[in-house]
Design a protein around this ligand. Sequence first.
Ligand SMILES: C[S@@+](CC[C@H](N)C(=O)[O-])C[C@H]1O[C@@H](n2cnc3c(N)ncnc32)[C@H](O)[C@@H]1O
Length: 198
Amino acid sequence: MKTKQKIKGNSLKESAVFLKNAIFKPKEIAYVFPSSRALIRSIAIRSGLSEAKKIIELGPGTGGTTKGILSEMREDAKLCAVEINKNFVEFIKKNIPDERLSVCHDGAQNLAEIIKQQGWQHADVIISGIPFSTLPKGMGEEIMQSIYENIRPSGLFVAYQFRDRVGKLATPVFGEPSSYLEIKNLPPMRIYVWQKSE
Ligand SMILES: C[S@@+](CC[C@H](N)C(=O)[O-])C[C@H]1O[C@@H](n2cnc3c(N)ncnc32)[C@H](O)[C@@H]1O
């Protein structure tokens, strides 16, 4: 069950908050514009959300992708958005009132503890906008291992990235992904979908 809502683009306020934070934290945020409506829609429809009850979003930023995920999710599903930037956490909490959403001010490397705090044993789907190519040395491997260990068998890992660092980290653990190029975004982004084996 879900109430489908139209996916909207980012407001001027969202884009301004995103840009301001991107200037101060270029390695963590990596882009100056939040994801476009076309990219958000593409991510949401490729994430198998009609079947998922426990969903994790890594790196929601100002929440454009979060709203897209919520619009495709079931009414009885839960979304936990994990964001390292405190300003973004506060922005989402203030601007996205949805009972299905909890926002966690934490790093993706702490996924096991975050999932435990939700009272879950695993996630059905993990969707990530984290810029793997600019993470500090060793952190990408740490986050990928944590993603793999915390997805249920047959669950999905979805990542959207400009560079292929995420592919180099995820393919050895998950196997080959399906991938799609979304050109209606600045910069164009590749969406990767990995399925964990049974
Ligand atoms: C490219 S932005 C994506 C924002 C948004 N999802 C979008 O598509 O517009 C990357 C986001 O990942 C967050 N981030 C970076 N490292 C992180 C980490 N280790 N754990 C959680 N979030 C992180 C950044 O603060 C930023 O909000």
